[in-house]
Design a protein around this ligand. Structure first.
Ligand SMILES: *Cc1c(COP(=O)(O)O)cnc(C)c1O
Length: 242
């Protein structure tokens, strides 16, 4: 057995990852859902490469990033880890869409026709289609990102015409709520829309909801992919970012 000495950071990340995975398994069981029906996306924005490597060593493969430049730098720096799955989950400016189309495996934050069209046009030949989720604004005026639930059908129809995108589902970032019940209530209309969509198209299998603060409500509501940052990597320090 190797006796490699790990830094405290690496040991913490591995322990946190094990704890979050255990928590997800328990919540899945409590919700009487099949084991393995909720994937864990490790949200590594603002965190150094060493943190991603530690999570990778512990078996984590799917990573989520919010900032295009940072995402692409990490993608190149870790290109030797060929089975990492890169998910872009942040706002997208149209002048940055090419970088995303050329590197990422998934985009969760599609909320404009123009961005969807550009990502499809800019996807490199030979790469598989880009997996995408439509970001839905379920908190009304409190959040600017995402389209209204009533506009989802139109966006679904558009994305289905784009050859290099593969529509996988819906994503949302709700405004913080005070209770578990309130968290579930905010998710309810989104869940209903997702269930309808997934019945009409077997490729639509992803409901991207749940973060460190509302895992229980999200999994109980039917999340198939939770996006967890803080509970794995610790608090983020934005002061270090330009
Ligand atoms: C930062 C972020 C997360 C992770 O949030 P935590 O509270 O740190 O778990 C998830 N989804 C999106 C879109 C984010 O920007």
């Amino acid at each position: 057995m190797s006796m490699k000495v790990e830094s405290p950071e690496v040991a913490d990340i591995k322990a946190n990852l094990a704890q979050v995975t255990e928590q997800i398994d328990q919540l899945v069981q409590q919700s009487r859902r099949p084991q393995g029906s909720v994937r864990l996306l490790a949200v590594s924005k603002t965190k150094p490469l060493s943190a991603l490597s530690a999570a990778y060593e512990a078996g984590q493969r799917a990573f989520g990033e919010n900032y295009v430049q940072e995402a692409v730098e990490k993608y190149h720096a870790l290109s030797h880890l060929t089975d990492i799955e890169w998910h872009f989950i942040g706002p997208i400016q149209s002048n940055k869409s090419r970088l995303i189309a050329e590197t990422m495996h998934w985009v969760h934050s599609i909320d404009r026709e123009k961005i969807a069209r550009r990502l499809s046009e800019q996807r490199i030949e030979g790469l598989p289609p880009l997996n995408v989720c439509i970001q839905v604004n379920i908190s009304g005026e409190e959040s600017k990102a995402g389209i209204a639930l009533s506009d989802v059908d139109g966006m679904v129809a558009l994305i289905k015409t784009l050859p290099n995108l593969r529509l996988r589902g819906l994503m949302a970032i709700p405004a913080p709520q005070e209770s578990h019940a309130a968290q579930c209530a905010v998710y309810a209309p989104l869940v209903e829309a997702f269930v309808d969509l997934s019945k009409s198209d077997s490729m639509i299998d992803t409901l991207s909801i749940g973060m460190s603060g509302d895992l229980a409500a999200a999994i109980e509501s039917g999340s198939t992919m939770v996006r967890v940052g803080t509970a794995i990597f610790g608090e983020r320090d934005y002061s270090a970012k330009a």
